[in-house]
Design a protein around this ligand. Structure first.
Ligand SMILES: *Cc1c(COP(=O)(O)O)cnc(C)c1O
Length: 373
Protein backbone atom coordinates (compact mmCIF):
# COMPACT_ATOMS: atom_id res chain seq x y z
CA UNK A 1 0.00 0.00 0.00
CA UNK A 2 1.15 3.57 -0.68
CA UNK A 3 0.74 5.41 2.59
CA UNK A 4 -0.48 9.00 2.59
CA UNK A 5 2.31 10.03 4.93
CA UNK A 6 4.67 7.44 6.41
CA UNK A 7 5.81 9.30 9.52
CA UNK A 8 7.93 6.39 10.73
CA UNK A 9 9.90 6.34 7.46
CA UNK A 10 10.21 10.13 7.50
CA UNK A 11 11.75 10.14 10.99
CA UNK A 12 13.73 6.93 10.52
CA UNK A 13 16.07 8.83 8.18
CA UNK A 14 17.24 10.88 11.18
CA UNK A 15 17.24 8.19 13.86
CA UNK A 16 20.90 8.44 14.87
CA UNK A 17 20.79 12.23 15.12
CA UNK A 18 17.50 12.16 16.97
CA UNK A 19 18.81 9.58 19.46
CA UNK A 20 21.81 11.79 20.10
CA UNK A 21 19.51 14.79 20.63
CA UNK A 22 17.49 12.97 23.32
CA UNK A 23 20.70 11.93 25.03
CA UNK A 24 21.90 15.53 25.01
CA UNK A 25 18.70 16.68 26.75
CA UNK A 26 18.75 13.79 29.21
CA UNK A 27 22.38 14.51 30.09
CA UNK A 28 21.68 18.22 30.52
CA UNK A 29 19.18 17.66 33.33
CA UNK A 30 17.13 20.65 32.02
CA UNK A 31 13.83 19.90 30.29
CA UNK A 32 11.86 23.12 29.72
CA UNK A 33 12.84 26.57 28.39
CA UNK A 34 16.51 25.70 28.21
CA UNK A 35 19.34 25.71 25.71
CA UNK A 36 17.62 23.55 23.07
CA UNK A 37 14.51 25.73 22.90
CA UNK A 38 16.65 28.88 22.79
CA UNK A 39 18.86 27.43 20.05
CA UNK A 40 15.87 26.26 18.02
CA UNK A 41 14.25 29.68 18.36
CA UNK A 42 17.44 31.29 17.02
CA UNK A 43 17.78 28.80 14.17
CA UNK A 44 14.12 28.94 13.17
CA UNK A 45 14.07 32.77 13.25
CA UNK A 46 17.18 32.78 11.03
CA UNK A 47 15.51 30.30 8.66
CA UNK A 48 12.34 32.41 8.41
CA UNK A 49 14.32 35.64 8.25
CA UNK A 50 12.54 37.16 11.27
CA UNK A 51 13.98 38.90 14.32
CA UNK A 52 12.18 36.53 16.69
CA UNK A 53 10.87 33.01 16.99
CA UNK A 54 9.18 31.97 20.23
CA UNK A 55 8.54 28.29 20.88
CA UNK A 56 5.20 27.22 22.32
CA UNK A 57 3.15 24.07 22.85
CA UNK A 58 1.37 23.77 19.47
CA UNK A 59 0.17 25.66 16.41
CA UNK A 60 -3.20 26.59 17.89
CA UNK A 61 -1.47 28.15 20.89
CA UNK A 62 0.93 30.08 18.63
CA UNK A 63 -2.04 31.78 16.95
CA UNK A 64 -3.94 32.20 20.24
CA UNK A 65 -0.88 33.82 21.84
CA UNK A 66 -0.52 36.32 18.97
CA UNK A 67 -4.16 37.40 19.25
CA UNK A 68 -3.94 37.54 23.03
CA UNK A 69 -0.71 39.57 22.89
CA UNK A 70 -2.32 42.12 20.57
CA UNK A 71 -5.16 42.39 23.08
CA UNK A 72 -7.88 41.39 20.60
CA UNK A 73 -10.95 40.00 22.36
CA UNK A 74 -14.70 40.39 22.82
CA UNK A 75 -16.20 42.95 20.42
CA UNK A 76 -13.25 42.68 18.01
CA UNK A 77 -13.50 41.14 14.57
CA UNK A 78 -10.76 39.32 12.71
CA UNK A 79 -11.12 38.58 9.00
CA UNK A 80 -10.28 34.95 8.25
CA UNK A 81 -10.65 32.47 5.40
CA UNK A 82 -13.81 30.36 5.29
CA UNK A 83 -11.77 27.56 3.69
CA UNK A 84 -9.33 26.55 6.41
CA UNK A 85 -8.63 24.03 9.12
CA UNK A 86 -10.80 24.86 12.11
CA UNK A 87 -7.82 25.65 14.38
CA UNK A 88 -7.30 28.98 12.58
CA UNK A 89 -10.79 30.05 13.62
CA UNK A 90 -10.66 28.54 17.11
CA UNK A 91 -7.59 30.70 17.82
CA UNK A 92 -9.78 33.76 17.26
CA UNK A 93 -12.94 32.64 19.05
CA UNK A 94 -10.94 31.24 22.00
CA UNK A 95 -9.87 34.85 22.66
CA UNK A 96 -13.50 35.99 22.57
CA UNK A 97 -13.00 37.77 19.23
CA UNK A 98 -15.21 37.05 16.22
CA UNK A 99 -13.88 35.42 13.04
CA UNK A 100 -15.43 37.02 9.94
CA UNK A 101 -15.33 34.44 7.16
CA UNK A 102 -14.24 35.32 3.64
CA UNK A 103 -14.64 33.07 0.61
CA UNK A 104 -11.57 31.73 -1.21
CA UNK A 105 -10.43 32.40 -4.75
CA UNK A 106 -11.72 29.28 -6.55
CA UNK A 107 -8.40 28.94 -8.42
CA UNK A 108 -6.11 28.95 -5.38
CA UNK A 109 -8.50 27.90 -2.54
CA UNK A 110 -6.99 30.79 -0.50
CA UNK A 111 -8.69 33.87 0.95
CA UNK A 112 -9.83 36.11 -1.92
CA UNK A 113 -8.34 39.60 -1.43
CA UNK A 114 -11.13 41.08 -3.56
CA UNK A 115 -13.68 39.99 -0.94
CA UNK A 116 -11.91 41.26 2.16
CA UNK A 117 -12.67 44.98 2.10
CA UNK A 118 -16.47 44.55 2.06
CA UNK A 119 -16.18 42.74 5.41
CA UNK A 120 -14.22 45.46 7.20
CA UNK A 121 -16.13 47.31 9.94
CA UNK A 122 -15.05 49.69 12.73
CA UNK A 123 -14.60 46.56 14.89
CA UNK A 124 -12.12 44.87 12.52
CA UNK A 125 -8.65 44.53 14.06
CA UNK A 126 -6.74 42.09 11.90
CA UNK A 127 -6.67 39.88 8.82
CA UNK A 128 -5.65 36.28 9.39
CA UNK A 129 -4.20 34.68 6.27
CA UNK A 130 -3.81 30.90 6.08
CA UNK A 131 -1.22 29.63 3.61
CA UNK A 132 -3.33 26.52 3.14
CA UNK A 133 -1.86 23.39 1.53
CA UNK A 134 1.56 25.12 1.53
CA UNK A 135 0.66 27.92 -0.86
CA UNK A 136 1.20 31.51 0.25
CA UNK A 137 -1.67 34.00 0.07
CA UNK A 138 -1.65 37.12 -2.09
CA UNK A 139 0.30 39.20 0.36
CA UNK A 140 0.79 42.35 -1.72
CA UNK A 141 -2.95 42.86 -2.16
CA UNK A 142 -3.73 41.84 1.42
CA UNK A 143 -0.93 43.98 2.86
CA UNK A 144 -2.27 47.02 0.98
CA UNK A 145 -5.77 46.51 2.44
CA UNK A 146 -4.33 46.05 5.93
CA UNK A 147 -2.22 49.21 5.63
CA UNK A 148 -5.18 51.25 4.37
CA UNK A 149 -7.36 50.21 7.33
CA UNK A 150 -4.57 49.97 9.95
CA UNK A 151 -5.10 46.23 10.50
CA UNK A 152 -2.60 43.64 11.68
CA UNK A 153 -1.80 40.75 9.36
CA UNK A 154 -1.52 37.43 11.18
CA UNK A 155 -0.21 34.45 9.19
CA UNK A 156 -1.26 30.89 9.90
CA UNK A 157 1.86 29.07 8.66
CA UNK A 158 0.96 25.62 9.99
CA UNK A 159 1.05 24.20 6.45
CA UNK A 160 3.70 26.45 4.92
CA UNK A 161 7.10 25.91 6.58
CA UNK A 162 9.70 27.14 4.13
CA UNK A 163 7.34 28.54 1.48
CA UNK A 164 8.83 31.53 -0.31
CA UNK A 165 7.00 34.61 -1.44
CA UNK A 166 8.78 37.45 -3.19
CA UNK A 167 12.12 36.35 -1.78
CA UNK A 168 10.83 36.07 1.78
CA UNK A 169 9.69 33.07 3.76
CA UNK A 170 6.24 32.36 5.13
CA UNK A 171 6.35 33.62 8.70
CA UNK A 172 7.92 36.88 7.55
CA UNK A 173 5.07 38.13 5.37
CA UNK A 174 2.86 39.82 7.96
CA UNK A 175 3.04 41.25 11.49
CA UNK A 176 3.22 37.90 13.27
CA UNK A 177 2.91 34.24 12.30
CA UNK A 178 1.96 30.98 13.98
CA UNK A 179 3.62 27.67 13.10
CA UNK A 180 2.70 24.12 14.11
CA UNK A 181 5.21 21.29 14.41
CA UNK A 182 2.54 18.58 14.67
CA UNK A 183 4.15 15.33 13.41
CA UNK A 184 2.45 15.45 10.00
CA UNK A 185 3.47 19.00 9.12
CA UNK A 186 6.35 19.68 6.70
CA UNK A 187 8.52 20.32 9.76
CA UNK A 188 7.16 17.99 12.43
CA UNK A 189 8.38 16.91 15.84
CA UNK A 190 7.45 13.72 17.71
CA UNK A 191 4.49 15.16 19.55
CA UNK A 192 3.09 18.67 19.80
CA UNK A 193 5.07 21.83 19.20
CA UNK A 194 4.60 25.32 17.81
CA UNK A 195 6.21 28.72 17.37
CA UNK A 196 5.44 32.35 16.76
CA UNK A 197 7.64 34.38 14.40
CA UNK A 198 7.63 38.17 14.28
CA UNK A 199 9.82 41.23 13.74
CA UNK A 200 7.96 43.13 16.47
CA UNK A 201 10.23 43.31 19.55
CA UNK A 202 7.48 44.35 21.92
CA UNK A 203 5.06 41.66 20.75
CA UNK A 204 7.82 39.04 21.07
CA UNK A 205 8.55 40.08 24.66
CA UNK A 206 4.86 39.87 25.56
CA UNK A 207 4.45 36.43 23.95
CA UNK A 208 7.57 35.13 25.72
CA UNK A 209 5.95 36.11 29.00
CA UNK A 210 2.43 34.93 28.09
CA UNK A 211 3.58 31.40 27.18
CA UNK A 212 5.12 31.06 30.65
CA UNK A 213 2.23 32.10 32.96
CA UNK A 214 2.73 35.77 32.05
CA UNK A 215 6.10 35.91 33.79
CA UNK A 216 8.79 38.33 32.58
CA UNK A 217 11.32 37.49 35.30
CA UNK A 218 10.97 34.48 37.56
CA UNK A 219 7.96 34.73 39.91
CA UNK A 220 6.95 38.19 38.64
CA UNK A 221 3.73 38.28 36.60
CA UNK A 222 2.76 41.37 34.59
CA UNK A 223 0.12 39.30 32.73
CA UNK A 224 -2.31 36.49 33.49
CA UNK A 225 -0.61 34.16 31.07
CA UNK A 226 -0.83 30.51 30.19
CA UNK A 227 1.41 27.46 30.11
CA UNK A 228 2.40 26.86 26.49
CA UNK A 229 6.05 25.85 26.21
CA UNK A 230 8.05 23.94 23.61
CA UNK A 231 9.86 21.29 25.60
CA UNK A 232 13.58 20.63 25.28
CA UNK A 233 13.27 17.20 23.65
CA UNK A 234 10.91 18.45 20.93
CA UNK A 235 13.13 21.49 20.36
CA UNK A 236 16.22 19.25 20.07
CA UNK A 237 14.42 17.03 17.52
CA UNK A 238 13.29 20.07 15.55
CA UNK A 239 16.91 21.26 15.44
CA UNK A 240 17.85 17.91 13.89
CA UNK A 241 15.12 18.15 11.25
CA UNK A 242 15.19 21.85 10.31
CA UNK A 243 18.34 21.56 8.12
CA UNK A 244 16.54 18.92 5.99
CA UNK A 245 13.33 20.94 5.49
CA UNK A 246 14.34 22.55 2.19
CA UNK A 247 15.40 19.21 0.70
CA UNK A 248 12.11 17.62 1.79
CA UNK A 249 10.15 20.50 0.30
CA UNK A 250 12.15 20.20 -2.93
CA UNK A 251 11.29 16.49 -3.13
CA UNK A 252 7.61 17.32 -2.59
CA UNK A 253 7.89 19.87 -5.40
CA UNK A 254 9.42 17.26 -7.73
CA UNK A 255 6.49 14.94 -7.05
CA UNK A 256 4.01 17.79 -7.57
CA UNK A 257 5.65 18.68 -10.88
CA UNK A 258 5.21 15.09 -12.07
CA UNK A 259 1.57 15.05 -10.93
CA UNK A 260 0.93 18.33 -12.77
CA UNK A 261 2.62 17.04 -15.93
CA UNK A 262 1.48 13.44 -16.00
CA UNK A 263 -2.05 13.46 -14.57
CA UNK A 264 -4.15 13.88 -17.68
CA UNK A 265 -7.53 12.59 -16.54
CA UNK A 266 -10.07 15.30 -17.53
CA UNK A 267 -12.28 14.32 -14.55
CA UNK A 268 -9.55 15.54 -12.17
CA UNK A 269 -8.87 19.21 -11.48
CA UNK A 270 -5.23 19.82 -10.63
CA UNK A 271 -4.10 22.64 -8.35
CA UNK A 272 -2.90 25.68 -10.30
CA UNK A 273 0.88 25.82 -10.00
CA UNK A 274 1.65 28.92 -8.03
CA UNK A 275 4.02 30.52 -10.49
CA UNK A 276 1.28 30.28 -13.13
CA UNK A 277 -1.65 31.60 -11.13
CA UNK A 278 -3.16 34.81 -12.53
CA UNK A 279 -2.51 36.64 -9.28
CA UNK A 280 1.24 36.10 -9.62
CA UNK A 281 1.24 38.88 -12.19
CA UNK A 282 -1.03 41.08 -10.05
CA UNK A 283 1.38 40.59 -7.17
CA UNK A 284 4.22 41.62 -9.48
CA UNK A 285 5.70 38.53 -8.03
CA UNK A 286 7.93 36.07 -9.83
CA UNK A 287 9.26 34.29 -6.79
CA UNK A 288 6.31 32.46 -5.35
CA UNK A 289 6.82 28.87 -4.42
CA UNK A 290 4.56 26.35 -2.77
CA UNK A 291 5.84 23.82 -0.32
CA UNK A 292 3.03 21.35 -1.07
CA UNK A 293 1.97 20.39 2.43
CA UNK A 294 -0.62 18.36 0.59
CA UNK A 295 -1.37 17.94 -3.12
CA UNK A 296 -5.09 18.75 -3.41
CA UNK A 297 -6.97 17.67 -6.52
CA UNK A 298 -10.70 17.90 -7.15
CA UNK A 299 -13.14 15.38 -8.54
CA UNK A 300 -16.89 15.86 -8.96
CA UNK A 301 -17.39 12.23 -7.89
CA UNK A 302 -14.89 12.60 -5.05
CA UNK A 303 -16.05 9.72 -2.86
CA UNK A 304 -16.08 7.24 -5.76
CA UNK A 305 -12.64 8.48 -6.82
CA UNK A 306 -11.32 7.94 -3.30
CA UNK A 307 -12.80 4.43 -3.23
CA UNK A 308 -11.07 3.67 -6.56
CA UNK A 309 -7.69 4.82 -5.19
CA UNK A 310 -8.20 2.78 -2.01
CA UNK A 311 -8.85 -0.26 -4.21
CA UNK A 312 -5.58 0.49 -6.01
CA UNK A 313 -3.81 0.50 -2.64
CA UNK A 314 -3.35 4.27 -2.46
CA UNK A 315 -4.17 6.07 0.75
CA UNK A 316 -5.70 9.56 0.42
CA UNK A 317 -7.02 12.12 2.90
CA UNK A 318 -9.70 14.79 2.53
CA UNK A 319 -8.65 18.30 3.62
CA UNK A 320 -11.37 18.87 4.71
CA UNK A 321 -14.72 17.06 4.47
CA UNK A 322 -16.90 19.58 6.38
CA UNK A 323 -16.30 23.34 6.23
CA UNK A 324 -15.98 25.23 9.54
CA UNK A 325 -19.28 27.09 8.96
CA UNK A 326 -21.11 23.75 8.82
CA UNK A 327 -19.56 22.37 12.02
CA UNK A 328 -21.78 21.76 15.06
CA UNK A 329 -19.30 23.81 17.15
CA UNK A 330 -20.23 27.02 15.29
CA UNK A 331 -24.03 27.10 15.04
CA UNK A 332 -23.93 30.89 14.55
CA UNK A 333 -22.49 30.28 11.06
CA UNK A 334 -24.99 27.65 9.90
CA UNK A 335 -27.09 30.22 8.02
CA UNK A 336 -24.09 31.55 6.07
CA UNK A 337 -23.95 30.84 2.37
CA UNK A 338 -20.35 30.24 1.27
CA UNK A 339 -20.79 28.34 -2.00
CA UNK A 340 -17.14 28.36 -3.12
CA UNK A 341 -15.98 26.96 0.22
CA UNK A 342 -18.73 24.34 0.08
CA UNK A 343 -17.86 23.15 -3.43
CA UNK A 344 -14.20 22.83 -2.42
CA UNK A 345 -15.10 20.74 0.62
CA UNK A 346 -17.38 18.53 -1.49
CA UNK A 347 -14.84 17.82 -4.22
CA UNK A 348 -11.32 18.08 -2.79
CA UNK A 349 -9.02 15.15 -2.01
CA UNK A 350 -5.28 15.03 -1.26
CA UNK A 351 -2.96 12.61 -3.07
CA UNK A 352 0.11 11.26 -1.25
CA UNK A 353 3.09 13.61 -1.62
CA UNK A 354 5.46 12.62 1.16
CA UNK A 355 9.21 13.25 0.79
CA UNK A 356 9.93 9.53 1.26
CA UNK A 357 7.81 8.37 -1.69
CA UNK A 358 9.77 6.61 -4.42
CA UNK A 359 9.52 7.50 -8.13
CA UNK A 360 7.79 4.16 -8.72
CA UNK A 361 5.16 4.98 -6.11
CA UNK A 362 4.56 8.34 -7.75
CA UNK A 363 4.12 6.54 -11.10
CA UNK A 364 1.64 4.16 -9.48
CA UNK A 365 -0.44 7.04 -8.15
CA UNK A 366 -0.43 8.75 -11.55
CA UNK A 367 -1.52 5.55 -13.31
CA UNK A 368 -4.32 4.94 -10.82
CA UNK A 369 -5.58 8.53 -11.14
CA UNK A 370 -5.47 8.43 -14.96
CA UNK A 371 -7.32 5.13 -15.25
CA UNK A 372 -10.29 6.32 -13.18
CA UNK A 373 -13.47 7.11 -15.13
C1 LIG B 1 -2.25 21.97 12.00
C2 LIG B 1 -2.89 23.30 11.82
C3 LIG B 1 -3.09 24.18 12.90
C4 LIG B 1 -2.93 23.77 14.33
O1 LIG B 1 -1.71 23.26 14.70
P1 LIG B 1 -1.62 22.29 16.01
O2 LIG B 1 -0.16 22.21 16.26
O3 LIG B 1 -2.24 21.01 15.65
O4 LIG B 1 -2.34 23.00 17.11
C5 LIG B 1 -3.56 25.44 12.63
N1 LIG B 1 -3.85 25.83 11.39
C6 LIG B 1 -3.69 25.03 10.32
C7 LIG B 1 -4.01 25.53 8.96
C8 LIG B 1 -3.22 23.72 10.51
O5 LIG B 1 -3.09 22.92 9.45
Amino acid sequence: MIRFLDLKAINERHRAEMDAAVKRVLDSGWYLLGKECEAFEREFAAYCGTRHAIGCANGLDALKLIIRAYGFGPGDEIIAPANTYIASLISISANGATPILVEPDPATYLIDPAKIEEKITPRTKAIMVVHLYGRTCEMAAIGAIAAKHALKVIEDCAQAHGARHDGRRAGNLGDAAGFSFYPGKNLGCLGDGGAVTTNDDELATRIRALRNYGSDVKYHFPYRGTNSRLDEVQAAWLRVKLPYLDADNARRDEIAARYCREITNPAITLPVRQDRQPSAAVDGNRHLSNVWHVFPVRAAQRDAFQAHLTECGIQTVIHYPIPPHRQPAYTEWHALSLPITEVIHDTIISLPISPVMTDDEVSEVIAAVNEWK
